[in-house]
Design a protein around this ligand. Structure first.
Ligand code: SF4
Length: 334
C-alpha cells in the first residue's frame, strides 16, 4: 500500500486503484487508459512502472457445485486457480509456482515438472481474477495457497502476496482467512511462522517417517518430529495460531486404527485441526481413497482421541479441481 501510494502520489489514489482491482468487474488483461479518481499523470506513471502481469484465460470449467477452475496463462507459464463457493463466503485457491520441484508421489502437479516461480503480483492477480467469479452472496473472503507449487520454495513472493492481501485497503482479508500450505519444507516453514500471521497448513499424510518418506521424499531431510517441533516452538512463542494438519487418506496405506492412534499421539499437545481428505483418484495414480465408512471411522477415532478432525469431502472432482488434481485435465487437453 505504501509503495502504491508513493507511486501514485497519494494514499487516496492508491485506495481507488485497490477498489478498482478488488471490488470492480472482471479484471482486464491490461490496465485501462484512465481510472476515475486517479489523475491522468499519476495513472500513466503506474501503467509504465507497475503494469498488470501479462495474463489471459486459457480455460474455465465450472462443476455442478459451483466450484470453478481457471487455467491462467501468465507469460510463459500456465497455472490453475480455483474458486470454491461456500455458505456466505467463497475461497480462492491460488498457485505459488508453475509446476513444482517437490516430488510428492500422490500429486498430479508433481508429474508436470517445474516451469518457474510466480511473482507476488501474479499470485495476487489470481485472487483478483477469481473473486470476480464468486456468487454475490458469497464474496471471496478466504485465500488458501494450496494450488500448484510448494509455497515455501517461493517464500519471498508468498509473504509479499499475503501482505498485499491482508494490509489496509481492499481486499483487506483477515490474516486468519489466509492459509498457506506446505509439504514440510522446514526452513521456509520456520521463517513463515516467524514473519506471517496467516495460518499454516502442514500436509502430513503419514504417521511414521518410513510411511511418509515413501509418499513424500522431502521427509528424508525434514522428518515428522522436526516439522511438528517447529509448530510446537511457534505455539510456545505464544503465536496463538491454530495449525491445520492435512491428512490425505489412502485405502490400505495410512487409514488404519493404528494410524489414527499415532496421529492423535503426534498432535495431542498442539492446537491442531486435522483435515481428512479422501484421495482424489486420477488415472495415472494407483492410489485409491478408502470406502466412506472407513473415512468416517478414522475421523471418529481421532476425534475421540481429543484432536479436532473434519472430513473434507472432495469438491470439483468433475473438473479436476479437487485437491491433488490441479493441472491434470488442462494438461490432457493441451
Ligand atoms: S503436493 Fe504440493 S509440494 Fe507436493 S508435489 Fe504437489 S504441489 Fe508440490
Amino acid at each position: 500500500m505504501a509503495e502504491l501510494g508513493a507511486l501514485l502520489g497519494s494514499r487516496t489514489r492508491a485506495l481507488a486503484v485497490r477498489r478498482w482491482l478488488f471490488d470492480g468487474g472482471p479484471v482486464p488483461e491490461s490496465l485501462p487508459v484512465r481510472l476515475p479518481g486517479v489523475s491522468a499523470a499519476s495513472w500513466s506513471v503506474l501503467r509504465e512502472k507497475a503494469p498488470l502481469p501479462a495474463w489471459s484465460l486459457a480455460d474455465e470449467r465450472r462443476a455442478p457445485d459451483g466450484t470453478t477452475k481457471l487455467a491462467l496463462t501468465l507469460g510463459t507459464a500456465t497455472v490453475e486457480t480455483v474458486l470454491i463457493p461456500g455458505k456466505g463466503r467463497s475461497t480462492v485457491c491460488v498457485s505459488s509456482q508453475a509446476g513444482c520441484t517437490q516430488r510428492c508421489g500422490f500429486c498430479a502437479t508433481a508429474t508436470l515438472g517445474f516451469t518457474r516461480a510466480l511473482t507476488a503480483g501474479e499470485i495476487v492477480l489470481q485472487y483478483a481474477i477469481a473473486r470476480a467469479a464468486a456468487p454475490p452472496d458469497a464474496p471471496a473472503r478466504n485465500v488458501v495457497f494450496m494450488g500448484m507449487g510448494e509455497p515455501m520454495d517461493n517464500l519471498d513472493a508468498v509473504l509479499a502476496a499475503v501482505r498485499i492481501l491482508t494490509e489496509e485497503g481492499l481486499p483487506g482479508l483477515a490474516a486468519s482467512h489466509v492459509t498457506v500450505s506446505t509439504s514440510g519444507v522446514l526452513p521456509g516453514m520456520k521463517r513463515f511462522l516467524k514473519e506471517s500471521a496467516a495460518h499454516l497448513a502442514l500436509s502430513l499424510n503419514a504417521t511414521t517417517d518410513a510411511q511418509r518418506e515413501a509418499l513424500m521424499p522431502q521427509n528424508r531431510s525434514w522428518p515428522i518430529a522436526r516439522l511438528l517441533g517447529a509448530l510446537r516452538e511457534d505455539h510456545e512463542r505464544g503465536s496463538g495460531r491454530r495449525y491445520f494438519i492435512e491428512y490425505v487418506l489412502w485405502d490400505g496405506v495410512n487409514d488404519s486404527d493404528a494410524d489414527a492412534d499415532r496421529l492423535v499421539g503426534l498432535l495431542r499437545d498442539l492446537p491442531a485441526h486435522v483435515n481428512l481428505i479422501p484421495h482424489n483418484p486420477y488415472d495415472a495414480s494407483p492410489l485409491r481413497p478408502p470406502p466412506d465408512a472407513r473415512v468416517l471411522a478414522f475421523q471418529d477415532r481421532v476425534h475421540r482421541g481429543g484432536v479436532r478432525c473434519l472430513v473434507r469431502w472432495p469438491r470439483g472432482q468433475e473438473i479436476a479441481a479437487a485437491c491433488g488434481q490441479l493441472a491434470r485435465r488442462h494438461e490432457a487437453a493441451s
